[in-house]
Design a protein around this ligand. Structure first.
Ligand code: AHR
Length: 616
């Protein structure tokens, strides 16, 4: 029975309530939203980042002498390596997924930085099929002089292909040096260099905000420190590394284990937010490493520098075009401010006291100069070991305005926690639910999330912002699932959760209409449950599991024998093979599940024989 009282008004719901969280995870940026078709365009892939990488990752020699050089002949200090061809010679790039996807009739901008030790060297760039047959007219360029110079041309595809290659060859004799070999479709979202189908799917959500660039990505310093000596590589995500001409931007080994180009950088994030009518919400590193790592950077000078960088970021977004950082924004093509109002410091911090000591330094410096900026704190990873409670307590004491909460749970958790925010302090910090998802991409997951979101709306006076996570996943480079939008090099498709989010996001109400519902619980058949597990860094063994009813009644013993319960692989057995999880029986003939520790949520099914029946 549903009772609705249309004469009363509940909480107001802000237009910006539902947004998106973009993180460069699952190759969401390079090979994804960033439309660049060439992988490893600047030859910076490094085995030190990922054992399978080398300078020619995604490239293959075609002819002649092909080397990746790292010497004083480089283009600039941030772009360390370049391609050195002993002529005549050539190389082939195979892009992402099955190759470079081109569409008949579409135009593609080719560009390259080059220098030659000859008076003039002919360079040809052609998009071909895997057998080398051209898919359009090649670009022909004469490289002149031994100084780094940018050359451009346009390829018009005459055939459609999802397995294209970019073949770049130099003729004559001598040495040709190349860098930043790029192929970008002319047809991008609003002409701003982002892949149209993906950007349109995000825009169709009508997001109220865009949170970026991470997530744990922001904490890359957790691996190698915040200012790693290895030039610009392996740093925490620092916004100043990501702006200006692309050939002068660093590349970085990111938290998720792959090289990111920063072609999609802070300017592009701000511009994309504006293009989809959303409020930008950047996250900067707090110099304490969250995301399961427990390292603290204890360097006052470094902290002061990061605080200043954050002030500079606000000037970059909002400052007048003649201010130091506002000028850089204007030079990149956007003299008008980007209207930044919210900014988060830190992500999933698991050292509450150390984090808060640093957060307040950021917050106080920001609000001293920009009192209207809401500086968002966080509540750590999902409630583990008291971190969540301690962070909430410290945040409240510090008068923090908004706290970022994250959780990834089972569908039943979402169904059972619809009332999570009913009891939150109305006078305390507001909630930014920056990341949440139920642990799969099935219809039932979307349904459980939808049920939960009615609880967010009912509490819209406390929960001010909410975003499902992660947003994007390239199906061939997955670190985390479930995800909202999936894609490969030529197609994209929304999950059930995407369609559900779209319903909520494109129908944001003005205020809550109070209602109550009552129902008779049905009895439940014996259970087959899915359990989502995520283990960080090391493998974990799951054995003793307690299964209770919603009311806490024990339904199963916590010591399964081989016949009582059995861990089975989920429907997607390939995950388990790829990620190395396996099922074993221990000496006492019990079943245990050993996970691979690959930082991803994986689905495992635990088949149980019920011994009692409960209402839910
Ligand atoms: O959304 C994926 C990851 O989940 C984010 O990077 C992190 O904040 C959380 O642990």
């Amino acid at each position: 029975t549903l009772k609705i009282d249309a004469t009363k008004k509940g909480a107001s719901i802000d237009d910006s309530m539902y947004g998106v969280f973009f993180e460069d995870i699952n190759r969401a940026a390079d090979g994804g939203l960033y439309a660049e078709l060439v992988q490893n365009r600047s030859f910076e892939y490094d085995p030190a980042d990922n054992a399978s990488y080398h300078g020619l990752t995604s490239w293959a020699p075609h002819s002649g002498t092909v080397d990746v050089a790292d010497d004083t002949g480089r283009m600039n200090e941030r772009n360390r390596r370049y391609l050195k061809l002993g002529l005549p010679a050539g190389v082939i790039n195979s892009g992402y997924n099955s190759g470079i996807a081109v569409q008949s009739g579409q135009r593609y901008d080719f560009s390259v930085w080059a220098r030659t030790d000859q008076a003039s060297t002919p360079l040809t760039a052609a998009v071909t099929d895997p057998a080398g047959t051209p898919l359009g007219d090649p670009v022909k360029i004469q490289v002149r002089g031994d100084g780094w110079t940018r050359y451009t041309g346009t390829v018009r595809a005459q055939k459609t292909s999802t397995t294209g290659r970019l073949l770049v060859t130099g003729g004559g004799a001598g040495t040709l040096r190349l860098d930043m070999i790029s192929l970008l479709p002319q047809d991008t979202f609003k002409g701003h260099g982002l892949r149209r189908d993906l950007a349109e799917k995000i825009a169709a959500l009508k997001p109220g905000f865009v949170r970026f660039p991470g997530g744990c990505l922001v904490n890359t310093g957790s691996h190698y420190g915040y200012d790693a000596p290895n030039f610009e590589r392996r740093r925490s995500y620092q916004w100043k590394d990501t702006i200006g001409p692309v050939e002068q931007r660093a590349t970085n080994w990111n938290f998720w284990g792959y090289n990111q180009s920063y072609g999609l950088g802070y300017f592009e994030y701000f511009q994309f937010s504006e293009d989809v009518g959303a409020m930008p919400l950047p996250v900067v590193p707090a110099l304490v490493t969250g995301c399961g790592q427990n390292r603290v950077t204890d360097d006052p000078a470094l902290l002061a520098r990061h605080v200043q960088d954050t002030l500079d970021l606000i000037e970059f977004a909002n400052g007048p075009a003649d201010s130091t950082w506002g000028r850089k924004r204007a030079e990149m093509g956007h003299p008008k401010p980007f209207k930044l109002t919210h900014l988060a410091v830190g992500n999933e911090e698991n050292l509450p006291d150390e984090f808060m000591a640093r957060f307040t330094k950021f917050r106080d410096a920001i609000n001293a100069k920009y009192p209207d900026i809401t500086v968002v704190s966080n509540s750590g990873p999902d409630d583990t070991g008291g971190t969540f409670d301690r962070l909430w307590q410290l945040n409240k004491q510090a008068g923090v305005k908004m706290i970022d909460e994250h959780y990834y749970n089972s569908p039943s958790w979402f169904l059972e926690n619809n009332n999570r925010y009913d009891s939150y302090d109305r006078n305390g910090p507001k909630v930014f639910l920056g990341e949440y998802a139920s642990q799969d991409n099935r219809y039932f997951n979307a349904l459980s999330e939808a049920a939960f979101m009615t609880g967010l709306e009912r509490n819209a006076d406390v929960v001010k912002l909410a975003s499902y996570a992660p947003l994007l996943a390239n199906e061939d480079y997955v670190q985390w699932r479930p995800d909202m939008i999936w894609f490969n090099n030529h197609a994209s498709w929304g999950s059930a959760s995407y369609e559900m989010q779209k319903l909520f996001m494109t129908n944001v109400g003005d205020h809550v209409v109070p209602s109550t519902a009552s129902a008779t619980p049905s009895t439940q058949a014996p259970i087959t449950g899915a359990i989502g597990l995520s283990t960080w860094a090391t493998a974990a063994t799951y054995d003793d599991v307690n299964v209770t009813s919603a009311a806490g009644q024990a339904l199963f013993s916590d010591d399964f024998s081989g016949t009582d319960a059995q861990w089975t692989k989920s429907g997607r057995g390939a995950w388990n093979v790829v990620n190395g999880a396996y099922v074993q029986s221990d000496a006492a003939a019990e079943d245990t599940l050993v996970t691979a520790g690959d930082k991803s949520w994986r689905d495992y099914t635990l088949n149980l024989k019920a011994t009692k029946q409960a209402g839910r």
